[in-house]
Ligand binder design. Structure first.
Ligand SMILES: Nc1ncnc2c1ncn2[C@@H]1O[C@H](COP(=O)(O)OP(=O)(O)OP(=O)(O)O)[C@@H](O)[C@H]1O
Ligand SMILES: [Mg+2]
Length: 263
């Protein structure tokens, strides 16, 4: 089932006060997201990936075109579409538990029920013992796990994740990627996940969508079979990685080009 439709979306920001100049950030983007898909968006810095997530979340409105969620136009944020940002987005003055509980504020639930849901969500990301601590006592990886717990508590249909683990060390990132994959397998959500890391996309996605340099357009996309072996050394993965990196605009694959040896 198609859950999200991005239809002919162009997004421009005015670059002068008189509104006589604008920068086009997304250029006529059309794409659908289906129920239970794990879609990774990759593309050069500044090509509009975050902007696209903001449009789907309802934080921003398209300049031209529309975004539909279950057939209805997205005009504002909704608890059906949860977001995990790249930076830690926790309230430093609240305990870890209250940070998760905050996500339930708009829901018509008893205080005890909210507590139960928040504690269960923290248990799922192995943070039970930190429930009463302030976020400043947590490591970066733990803070992002609190952000994931918030989504688990809210239980939205769509998870919008904007480079959620990119500031973490490789080992922590891999662990959190595996946790997200498990949660996705158990809960069957639709995840739209932005990353710069092709290996991460190959590990997670059922579909990888590559954007052009700014203004962002969809260049190409690849389906990744759910049963494909996800070990980086498997011939299927090596071949797919090569296909994707070959298709990437030059500046987007700076991290995969061979190092030039100076004579
Ligand atoms: N509120 C805004 N006002 C003006 N310009 C903006 C605004 N938000 C984003 N932009 C511009 O839109 C372009 C796309 O930004 P966006 O954050 O969506 O890119 P991105 O693909 O997520 O980049 P990165 O990979 O670096 O996170 C950038 O040039 C940015 O400066
Ligand atoms: Mg971004």
């Amino acid at each position: 089932m198609v859950l999200i439709e991005v239809k002919w979306v162009t997004k421009a920001y005015y670059t002068s006060r008189r509104k006589d100049r604008a920068r086009i950030v997304l250029d006529n983007v059309s794409m659908n997201f289906h129920d239970n898909e794990f879609v990774c968006l990759i593309g050069p810095s500044g090509c509009g990936k975050t902007t696209l997530l903001n449009l789907i979340a309802g934080f921003e409105r398209p300049t031209v075109g529309e975004v539909l969620y279950k057939g209805r136009k997205v005009t504002s944020p909704s608890p059906e579409r949860g977001v995990v940002f790249q930076e830690y987005s926790l309230f430093p003055w609240m305990s870890v538990l209250d940070n998760v509980r905050f996500a339930l504020n708009t829901m018509d639930l008893s205080s005890d029920r909210k507590d139960d849901i928040a504690r269960n969500a923290l248990a799922m990301v192995n943070l039970t013992e930190f429930a009463d601590q302030r976020p400043n006592l947590l490591s970066g990886g733990m803070k992002q796990r609190v952000a994931v717990a918030r989504l688990l508590a809210m239980d939205p249909d769509v998870w919008l994740m904007d480079e959620p683990f990119s500031s973490l060390d490789e080992q922590t990132r891999k662990k959190l990627d595996s946790d997200i994959l498990n949660i996705w397998r158990i809960k069957g959500k639709t995840i739209v996940f932005v990353t710069h890391n092709v290996d991460e996309a190959l590990h997670l996605a059922t579909r990888i969508v590559l954007f052009s340099e700014s203004p962002g357009r969809v260049i190409k996309e690849w389906k990744v079979a759910r049963d494909m072996p996800r070990t980086p050394e498997s011939p299927e993965m090596v071949a797919l990685k090569k296909e994707i990196t070959d298709a990437m605009p030059a500046c987007a694959c700076a991290d995969v080009r061979p190092i030039e040896i100076m004579e």
